[in-house]
Design a protein. Structure first.
Length: 135
């Protein structure tokens, strides 16, 4: 069964590929076409997250740089950087999803795809970013 987490994980994989391999958005989308969640709703959610981060990357990165003290984006692990980007975009764009749910999802995804310390790192940055919704 498809879930929002599966969609987020798919979006993360797409963002990782886009960020790390420096391929075009179109090529990333074509490559992942067979890996999207089976449900059309969750497939569209995965695509909207990926495209939303790509379209708003400059603004998202600006917020991250503002709140990630002593951490430059290019010094962050690629997976962590993109988990944070994904969560920031969701906080900005999906006002119907509680911020704590978005942060919890980001932390859980980091446990699966990154290091044992990444969850604390990501939670620390995202907790500061709760202000985004009030801006």
């Amino acid at each position: 069964m498809s879930t929002r987490r599966e969609s987020r994980e798919c979006s993360l994989k797409m963002l990782y590929t886009f960020d790390n391999c420096k391929v075009s958005i179109e090529n990333v989308y074509r490559f992942f076409d067979g890996y999207f969640p089976k449900s059309k709703v969750y497939k569209m959610f995965a695509i909207s997250l990926f495209m939303g981060v790509c379209r708003n990357k400059e603004e998202i990165d600006s917020f991250i740089n503002q709140y990630a003290k002593n951490w430059e984006l290019d010094r962050m692990a690629v997976v962590d950087r993109n988990i944070i980007r994904l969560a920031v975009y969701e906080i900005m764009a999906n006002r119907n999803i509680p911020i704590n749910v978005i942060i919890d999802e980001a932390v859980e995804i980091s446990k699966k795809y990154s290091t044992k310390n990444s969850g604390k790192f990501i939670n620390g940055i995202l907790d500061k970013l709760k202000l985004i919704r009030t801006l």
